[in-house]
Design a protein around this ligand. Structure first.
Ligand SMILES: [Zn+2]
Ligand SMILES: [Zn+2]
Length: 206
């Protein structure tokens, strides 16, 4: 399995391309599409899905153009699908814009397995930052969206946010992952579950 991170998206969001020799996925779509499209073309990667970790503008705004350029299907959790077409829910109004993204091709739910080439991407529904926030686990890697950051967790004061749901997502899902799991967040640096258990003040307060 190989991966590449594209950073410096809207609000500093990250976008990841993850693939094996034949097929791959794009995780989140908040980074302008040109470099991503050039990279997947140069490396001959067939993108099967664009998986959105949640419905905020900084993770979704280039979804439609990426879909058009790659022919991939768009996946999002059922609970966040309604945010895509609603600027008052997806946060684009905070930018003074009214961005509307097409509805996903398919919705996903907890424990779904998304098969791409030889890779199995497992969906972990981790509400808290939004109702339909998901983390995506593949091999020893976790793409954590805006749920878990290096030394932090996502805010819970936007539409659909809920602190007690966030606490539950950590206790019941993320903190049960293997300590060696490598974590690739929706913003900022990568980390590991072990490092976060030891150093993340939010996790230590749970
Ligand atoms: Zn967010
Ligand atoms: Zn974000």
């Amino acid at each position: 399995m190989e991966m590449k991170c594209f950073d410096k998206g809207i609000f500093g969001s990250n976008c990841y391309v993850v693939w094996d020799e034949t097929e791959g996925v794009i995780i989140d779509a908040g980074v302008p599409e040109d470099k991503i499209v050039a990279f997947i073309n140069e490396n001959n990667i067939k993108i099967k899905y664009i998986i959105l970790t949640h419905g905020h503008i900084d993770h979704i705004c280039f979804t439609d153009i990426l879909k058009e350029k790659t022919g991939a299907k768009v996946l999002i959790h059922t609970e966040d699908n309604k945010m895509l077409a609603k600027p008052q829910l997806n946060g684009s109004m905070l930018l003074g814009q009214s961005t509307i993204v097409s509805q996903a091709d398919e919705t996903v739910k907890d424990q779904d397995i998304i098969q791409v080439g030889n890779l199995n991407f497992e969906v972990l529904h981790t509400p808290g930052h939004s109702q339909g926030s998901i983390c995506i686990k593949v091999e020893d890697k976790l793409f954590s969206g805006d749920t878990l950051f290096c030394l932090g967790c996502g805010r819970t004061d936007l539409y659909g946010g809920n602190q007690s749901e966030m606490d539950k997502s950590f206790k019941e899902k993320l903190l049960k992952l293997d300590n060696n799991t490598k974590v690739y967040p929706g913003h900022g640096d990568s980390t590991t579950i072990e490092f976060e258990k030891q150093n993340n003040s939010y996790i230590r307060s749970l």
